[in-house]
Ligand binder design. Structure first.
Ligand code: NAP
Length: 535
């Protein structure tokens, strides 16, 4: 693969070659800007290239977890499954890169070490770990929200003698658990997906749960040719309708009623219908899932009854039955998760009842018993939102540190820019809908905004843009006010930073939905970039 050699100067430096960086490069070219992408990986695709644990599958439908901007590409590409495996999404990204001839402007295998703003020339200086230096008027951080893993500190973990990996740093060659004694610590999306995979072939599998998850049914299946061509016949319409929904997804039907508006019989029927439709339909079908705690308890109870019907062994059933607040954490959605606990080789630990005493070289010792383990999987999540920026030393006006600013208050104005860091844009950054929605939709929304802004600046001879401090503060307050009115702050999650020691508990995303956010972006532009200072 030919690599872009770096020049001394560009109009735009883009960090990251995932969905966001690829589209940003394409848009920059269309504007006639000289742009380069720098990425630490050896290929395009971002986390969909670098995260390769067995069983990794997207829980947003393939037809919508894909670019909408190019009609020929969306007509040509054939999705195999309703929900795609990692390898298919990685192949799709490679296909898009081929079709748009993106790689000639991507410098792979290169990490950005630092970004420094020079006020005099109104330019950023990007330094790579290889020692290259590049100057540019603009920088776009397309670094994603979830890439920096959290490693648990558990007594004895460093002495573990078997294989041990975090899901985000998965060795490509490990794709089978045949004959292994596997333990998975963590039961978010990653842990649940690997558990399903490992259950099939491992000699033993122990699922170690701190918070016992509610797992919805994905209802994955192969996409029929007829179904796909029906979508492609009116792809534009499907995309437009997805944009009108808070999470950027469409379902066959949503009730759009409060959960309290149903009689018990009607509610049971609606929950069953939504469960059978799969993915997050059970949460999306009611208007008040995020705000109605009593209503959420009804959904939680419905899922507990699903667990009871699925898991035969009463002791195991007790351990995998969730009890905490439903809806506050990112939903875990997988295919037939609860069924794995009917296998003799699969067991679960509920740390609330039997905590880990220590990890030994050959297994896990809890207050109850010892579990032999030779493969320890850390599915313990990410330093989300602000985490991916921490590896870049970014210094703005007067040498101020972006990471210090975000550590104090994890939010950018509209999730896009931070005061004191002119001409530096963040795609799906903290303060935007980002991970609360279909990320590809959120990415296209941001890249379109940024590209229009770059075009506007050039047309109006503007060379510097940064947000107003008061508007940025007000936006942070707004994001937290919206979250405070919901269940999203009820428990500690990666959404609110409380999964990372020392990180302030604050809501890092805009929970008002994509349409409201789109309206805000449009109004900002209509009002001459209200909330931004242009010079
Ligand atoms: P996660 O949702 O943050 O889950 C981490 C898990 O590790 C939680 O169960 C957590 O328990 C547990 N944990 C953390 N530290 C622990 C410790 N010291 N001891 C015991 N347990 C510990 O992380 P993830 O599963 O990697 O998922 C992150 C996000 O990535 C997802 O929410 C999703 O947005 C995305 N993702 C998507 C897909 C997909 O599309 N299907 C697949 C994978 C990931 P607590 O709950 O008690 O904190």
């Amino acid at each position: 693969m030919s690599l872009a050699s770096l020049k001394d100067h560009y109009d735009l430096v883009i960090v990251g070659a995932g969905f966001a960086g690829m589209y940003q490069l394409h848009k920059a070219r269309a504007l006639g800007l000289d742009a380069v992408v720098i990425d630490a990986n050896a290929e395009v695709g971002g986390c969909w290239y670098s995260t390769r644990y067995p069983g990794l599958r997207c829980d947003v439908e393939s037809i919508l977890y894909s670019y909408s901007f190019d009609e020929a590409i969306q007509q040509e590409w054939v999705w195999k499954d309703r929900f795609s495996l990692q390898e298919d999404i990685a192949a799709y990204c490679a296909f898009v890169a081929d079709r748009l001839d993106l790689r000639r402007d991507i410098r792979f295998n290169t990490r950005v070490a630092s970004l420094d703003w020079d006020e005099k020339s109104r330019q950023w200086q990007t330094r790579t770990h290889d020692g290259d230096t590049v100057r540019s008027r603009f920088v776009v951080l397309a670094t994603g929200a979830l890439s920096v893993p959290i490693l648990p500190s558990i007594e004895g973990i460093d002495d573990f003698a078997g294989q041990m990996f975090h899901t985000a740093r998965w060795p490509a060659e490990v794709q089978s658990f045949e004959g292994r004694d596997v333990a998975i610590i963590g039961t978010g999306s990653s842990g649940a997906q690997i558990a399903i995979e490992a259950a099939r072939t491992a000699r033993s599998l122990t699922v170690v749960q701190r918070t016992v998850p509610y797992v919805l049914e994905l209802q994955n299946r192969a996409l029929g040719e007829g179904e796909l061509s029906e979508i492609k016949r009116n792809y534009k319409g499907v995309r437009r309708r997805a944009m009108a929904e808070g999470a950027g997804m469409v379902f066959s039907r949503l009730s759009r009623r409060s959960i309290d508006d149903f009689t018990p019989e009607e509610l049971e029927a609606e929950m069953e219908r939504a469960w059978q439709e799969g993915t997050s339909c059970l949460s999306q079908t009611f208007t008040d899932t995020m705000t109605n705690r009593a209503g959420n308890d009804k959904i939680a109870d419905f899922i507990r009854r699903k667990v009871a019907a699925s898991v035969a062994d009463p002791a195991k059933r007790g351990r995998v039955t969730p009890t905490t607040r439903y809806g506050a954490k990112r939903l875990v959605i997988a295919n037939n998760y609860y069924d794995i606990f009917n296998r003799e080789n699969v067991d679960a630990i509920a740390l609330g009842e039997t905590p880990i005493v220590r990890i030994r070289p050959d297994g896990i010792e809890t207050t109850e018993r010892f579990y032999p383990v030779d493969t320890l999987i850390l599915a313990t999540g990410y330093d989300a939102g602000t985490g991916p920026l921490k590896h870049i030393h970014c210094h703005g006006v007067g040498g101020q540190d972006l990471n210090a600013a975000l550590a104090a208050k994890p939010s950018a104005y509209l999730g896009l820019m931070s005061k004191g860091f002119p001409n530096l844009f963040i795609v799906t950054g903290p303060g935007s809908p980002s991970v609360l929605a279909n990320c590809v939709v959120a990415i296209e929304q941001h890249v379109d905004f940024i590209s229009e802004c770059l075009d506007y600046m050039r047309a109006h001879a503007v060379t510097r843009i940064e947000p107003d401090a008061d508007d940025q503060e007000a936006w942070f307050e707004r994001c937290n006010e919206i979250a405070a009115g919901t269940v999203l702050m009820d428990i500690d999650t990666w959404y609110n930073g409380a999964n990372v020691e020392g990180k302030p508990k604050a809501f890092m995303f805009f929970a008002g939905g994509l349409p409201a956010y789109e309206q805000k972006l449009c109004q900002v532009v209509n009002d001459g970039y209200r909330g931004f200072e242009l010079a």
